[in-house]
Design a protein around this ligand. Structure first.
Ligand SMILES: Nc1ncnc2c1ncn2[C@@H]1O[C@H](COP(=O)(O)OP(=O)(O)OP(=O)(O)O)[C@@H](O)[C@H]1O
Length: 534
């Protein structure tokens, strides 16, 4: 296999979402995080491949389609379009949308199955156990709630299964998996998830079935077409199929030639075992290198329960975006729920956070400063001697190190800390301008001081807008435009050259004499609605 050709590539994935229903804010959560990482990596000059898509096979989808009187394919097509349209509304810049019903995916799955078969890692045996169709997963009896529900889907009882299936020899990879987690602790984050998986592996891994009888909706097992390939076997390989260019022959060699191994899989903790145990073991069996890193984040909850399509307790992201805009939704979820932890949604907190952080602290600071620059300096960035500014200047000293801190935050997927660190600069800007009172300095004729104060505040707002741009690209665009730049954070073809991190994440980038636009509110205050409507 050709190793990854250059360090300059960064491939990442969201889960391929089940199409049992339209997406909800939970599906959006992982995708917004993935998009923020992808945008940050582009600013770092990387060529990025952001993969999202849909998992369309299996009993869960077949039953959903039957209940709606649609053919499974027709059903999948309808739901897929709602995912695509939500990603557009949320400004998600994905590069590949992988559908597991694509014919090229069938070729990849067949070839992969063949590798494992030739290795002797697949065999026929009897499968007995409790199956949760909503998870598409067998459950241990001890995991069940009231003896019949899986811990997540407490509205759909598990079903007893007793059938002959093909099995994958997971147990053979027990030691290799243990070694993986010992040698590469960063393979799975956060630490709490890694501990959970280590304890699961420590109990002893069992082989698992990778085919189903009496299920039409899926790919036939290549060696026995009466059986259908298990949805998760096929879904995980959707990440590999997505790596093919549209004009490439669907072979494993082609798929793995450029972007493999994928750098980062972002998932929710519900699908942790599939990614942290089954996926590396399947890849080990196929003699393929493993992905760089998996991050299993927490759940958005409603009344303490995971929001989900199967439970039906979801929040409609389309309604949220229509009412408040995509930046607001992206900022709120990434800032207010620590990535890795669970968090409940609260509409009042949503409105208050956005008004406080983006409308007041950031937006007003820019607005009032711009007004003064228009009044005192004819709307041009005042010229200052940056080198002469004291090293302990509160904005300069913080601004000089912020780019590094924030880059570390994006690498660590610490979105909440990133927002806090940027907000600290903005709040320091507000405090500084109030203390310095440039309007009084102007009256006293201290023009050099006025210039220095206004420049350092504008530069702080610029830096904040730049560093926030992976999370709030439209707000950052508006701020940059008011500061006189004609650069588009949403143009991923030019961003690498027009807005490189190594330059724009520094302090002192705003060019003297640059003409500023007329001040306009960059983030309108939100009103608390009585209800959310689509
Ligand atoms: N409540 C949630 N909080 C955070 N992420 C979620 C949530 N619900 C879904 N996700 C994201 O979607 C992935 C699961 O996708 P899936 O299509 O199974 O959605 P689902 O709504 O959980 O479906 P179901 O309720 O039928 O299990 C998770 O791993 C996570 O990435």
């Amino acid at each position: 296999m050709t190793p990854k050709q250059t360090e300059n590539l960064f491939a990442l994935t969201t889960p391929l979402y089940y199409v049992n229903d339209v997406p909800h804010v939970g599906s959006a959560y992982t995708t917004m995080a993935a998009d923020a990482v992808a945008r940050f990596q582009r600013l770092q000059g990387k060529s990025v491949l952001l993969i999202t898509g849909t998992d369309e096979h299996g009993q869960k989808i077949q039953r959903t389609a039957e209940a709606l009187n649609r053919s499974p394919q027709e059903h999948c097509d309808q739901i897929v379009s709602s995912f695509e349209s939500l990603w557009d509304k949320l400004d998600i810049q994905y590069d590949r949308f992988s559908r597991t019903t694509a014919s090229r995916h069938a070729d990849i799955v067949k070839e992969f199955f063949g590798r494992l078969w030739d290795k002797g890692d697949i065999y026929l045996s009897q499968q007995q156990g409790w199956y949760c169709v909503a998870c598409e997963e067998f459950k241990e009896e001890r995991e069940l709630i009231s003896e019949k529900y899986c811990p997540i889907h407490t509205n759909k009882p598990v079903e007893w299964r007793d059938e002959e299936n093909y099995f994958f020899r997971l147990s053979k990879y027990q030691q290799q998996l243990e070694a993986l987690y010992q040698e590469r602790p960063e393979f799975l984050e956060p630490e709490s998830r890694r501990n959970e998986i280590l304890s699961f592996i420590g109990q002893g891994l069992q082989d698992f079935s990778i085919s189903r009888l009496n299920l039409e909706w899926g790919f036939p097992v290549p060696v026995d077409p009466k059986q259908t390939i298990y949805v998760w076997f096929d879904a995980l390989l959707g990440y590999v199929t997505a790596l093919l260019d549209s004009d490439q022959e669907p072979t494993l060699e082609n798929a793995l030639s450029q972007w493999w191994p994928i750098n980062l899989h972002l998932i929710g903790k519900d699908i942790l075992r599939f990614h942290a145990i089954s996926w590396p073991a399947l890849l080990m069996s196929a003699d393929l290198p493993l992905p760089g890193r998996i991050f299993g984040h927490g759940f958005l909850t409603k009344d303490g329960k995971k929001m989900g399509k199967s439970l039906g307790n979801t929040l409609d992201p389309v309604a949220l975006v229509s009412q408040f805009g995509s930046d607001a939704v992206r900022y709120y979820f990434l800032k207010e729920i620590e990535f890795g932890q669970d968090g409940d949604f609260n509409l009042t907190r949503f409105v208050n956070t956005l008004n406080a952080d983006l409308a007041n602290d950031l937006g007003n600071l820019l607005n009032r400063t711009l007004k003064m620059v228009h009044k005192y300096f004819d709307g041009r960035v005042p010229e200052v001697n940056l080198a002469a500014m004291a090293e302990d200047h509160p904005l300069k000293s913080y601004g000089q190190t912020l780019g590094k801190t924030v880059a570390q935050g994006y690498e660590n997927l610490a979105f909440s800390q990133i927002c806090e660190a940027i907000l600290n600069l903005v709040q320091a800007g507000n405090k500084y301008i109030d203390e310095q009172a440039p309007w009084s300095l102007y009256k006293q004729g201290k023009l050099d001081l006025v210039k220095s104060v206004l420049y350092s505040v504008l530069e702080s707002v610029r830096l904040a807008a730049y560093l926030l741009s992976p999370i709030t690209p439209n707000l950052s665009n508006r701020i940059y435009n008011q500061l006189g730049f004609s650069i588009d954070f949403n143009d991923k073809t030019t961003i690498e050259t027009a807005l490189p991190y190594e330059t724009h994440a520094q302090w002192g980038v705003l060019p003297a004499d640059q003409r500023l636009a007329e001040p306009q509110p960059v983030f309108l205050r939100l009103e608390l609605p009585e209800t959310l409507s689509s």
